[in-house]
Write a protein that binds this ligand. Structure first.
Ligand code: SDX
Length: 381
C-alpha cells in the first residue's frame, strides 16, 4: 500500500480554486496572482472570486457587499451564549462554539438549494467578524458593539474590535491582510472543511470543524507564537543564539517552514511590505528589527533545508500595530479563511464522494476473550 503520513503529496480531490507553485513561491486564486489581488482587490471582491470563480461585475459586487452588510448582526441568543463563556477561554474556542451555534438558527438539510448555499455564504462571511469582535468586548465585561452600516467590511471589524474608527490606511492594510490569508489549497483546516462537507452536514458545522483545525500551533496558531518568540529573543543581536538553541534542541521555529513552499512564502514578503507601510505612518515596532535579523540568520542555517518564513512570520507584527490583541491573531486568520473554506465547501458539494481513507493495521491479531477474574496475572504485563 502507498502509505503517506499526513497525506504528504497525495492528491485527494480535483480543485480549481487555488494553485501553489511551492518551488518558485507562486500563489494564485482562480488564476489571479496573489500580488495582483493584494494590490488591487478588496477582501469581499476576492471572497466572491474564490467562491463563485469569477471577479464580480460592479453590480454583482455591490449586491454582495450590501447582502453581507445586512447580515453582520448576530442574534442576541448567540451574544448571550457568549456571555456564558469563561473570559479566560481562548477566542478560537469561542469562535468555534459560536460558529457552530449558527446552525441552530438555519435549516440544515437544504444544501442542494442554491439560495440556501448563497445565504449561508453571506451569513458566515458577515457574522464571523462580528462574533470575533463580540467575544473581545464580552471578555472585558462590556456589551458588544453593533456593526456600523456606514463602514466597509474591514473598517467595521476594526471598529467593533477596538471601539474606535481606524485610520483609512490601517483599514486598507488590514483588508489586504485578509486577502492574503483567504485561501491556500488543501491546508489542514481546508481539508477538515472538505471532509466535513463530504458528509453533507450543514455549512456551520463545516466552518466550526475548520476553525478547530486552524487553531493548532502547527497551522494558524503559529502567528501568536511568533510574537512570543520575537519577544523572547528581545534584541536583534540575540537572534543567532536563539536560532542555534532551537536547532540544537530540534525545536520547530514558529513562522518558518511549509509543506508546499521550498522558498519564502510569497505572502510573507507582501506582509513585510504592509508592515513597513504601516510603520512608516504610525511608527515602527521594535520587534520588526528582531524579525528581520532572525530571518537573516535563518537564511544560512534553515534555508538549505528549504525552510523559510511562512505567512505567519510577519502577520502578527501587522496585527499588533493595528491594536489587535495577540490571542486574536488566529481568529483574524479564521475571518479571512472562511472565504476559502466556503469555496471548498461548494466545490466539494459539486462533485461529492464522502472521504473515507484506509489504514495499515498494526494492532493485535485476533485473540480469545480473557475473563476479569483471570486478569490479576496480567497485572505486570
Ligand atoms: C500555515 O498548509 C498550509 O498551506 C498552511 C498555511 C495556510 O495558509 O493554510 O500556509 C498556514 O499553517 C503556515 C505554517 C504555520 N506553522 C508554523 O509556522 C509552525 C512551524 N512550522 C513547522 O511546524 C512545519 O514547517 C510545518 C508544519 C509548517 C510543515 O511541516 P512538514 O511539511 O510536515 O515538515 P516536517 O515537520 O516533516 O519537517 C521536515 C524537516 C524536519 O527536519 P528533519 O527531521 O527531516 O531533519 O524540516 C524541519 C523538521 O524538523 N522543519 C523545521 C521547521 N519546519 C520543518 N525545523 C525548524 N523549524 C521549522 N519551522
Amino acid at each position: 500500500m502507498n502509505f503517506k503520513p499526513g497525506l504528504e503529496g497525495v492528491p485527494v480531490t480535483h480543485s480549481s480554486i487555488c494553485d501553489i507553485d511551492g518551488l518558485n513561491g507562486k500563489l494564485t486564486y482562480r488564476g489571479y496572482p496573489i500580488e495582483e489581488l493584494a494590490a488591487h482587490s478588496t477582501f469581499l471582491e476576492t471572497t466572491y472570486l474564490l467562491i463563485w470563480g469569477e471577479l464580480p461585475s460592479p453590480q454583482k459586487l455591490r449586491d454582495f457587499e450590501a447582502e453581507v452588510q445586512m447580515h453582520r448582526r448576530v442574534s442576541f441568543r448567540v451574544r448571550d451564549m457568549m456571555k456564558c463563556f469563561p473570559a479566560t477561554g481562548h477566542p478560537m474556542d469561542a469562535l468555534q462554539s459560536s460558529a457552530a451555534s449558527l446552525g441552530l438558527f438555519y435549516s440544515r438539510r437544504a444544501i442542494d438549494n442554491p439560495q440556501y448555499v448563497y445565504d449561508a455564504v453571506v451569513r458566515l462571511i458577515a457574522k464571523i467578524p462580528t462574533m470575533v469582535a463580540a467575544f473581545q468586548l464580552i471578555r472585558k465585561g462590556q456589551d458588544p458593539i453593533q456593526p456600523r452600516d456606514d463602514l466597509a467590511y474591514s473598517a467595521n471589524f476594526l471598529y467593533m474590535l477596538t471601539e474606535r474608527e481606524q485610520d483609512p490606511l490601517a483599514a486598507r492594510i488590514f483588508d489586504r491582510c485578509l486577502i492574503l490569508h483567504a485561501e491556500h489549497s488543501l491546508n489542514a483546516s481546508t481539508f477538515s472543511a472538505r471532509v466535513t462537507a463530504s458528509t453533507l452536514t450543514d455549512p456551520y458545522a463545516v466552518i466550526a470543524s475548520a476553525v478547530g483545525t486552524l487553531a493548532g500551533p502547527l497551522h494558524g496558531g503559529a502567528n501568536e507564537d511568533v510574537i512570543a518568540m520575537l519577544e523572547e529573543i528581545g534584541v536583534p543581536g540575540r537572534a543567532s543564539e536563539y536560532l542555534d538553541q532551537a536547532i540544537d534542541k530540534k525545536r520547530k521555529v514558529m513562522g518558518f517552514g511549509h509543506r508546499e513552499y521550498r522558498v519564502k512564502d510569497p505572502r510573507a514578503s507582501i506582509l513585510q511590505e504592509l508592515a513597513e507601510e504601516l510603520f512608516a505612518r504610525f511608527g515602527k515596532d521594535e520587534m520588526y528589527d528582531v524579525a528581520t535579523a532572525f530571518e537573516k540568520e535563518a537564511q544560512d542555517r534553515l534555508g538549505p533545508k528549504g525552510i523559510f518564513p511562512n505567512v505567519d512570520f510577519y502577520s502578527g507584527l501587522v496585527y499588533r500595530k493595528l491594536g489587535i490583541p495577540r490571542d486574536l491573531f488566529t481568529p483574524v486568520f479564521a475571518i479571512s479563511r472562511v472565504a476559502g473554506w466556503l469555496a471548498h465547501w461548494r466545490e466539494q458539494l459539486g462533485a461529492n464522494r464522502i472521504f473515507r481513507p484506509s489504514q495499515i493495521y498494526t494492532g493485535e491479531k485476533v485473540r480469545e476473550w480473557l475473563p476479569l477474574e483471570d486478569r490479576d496475572a496480567m497485572e505486570n504485563v
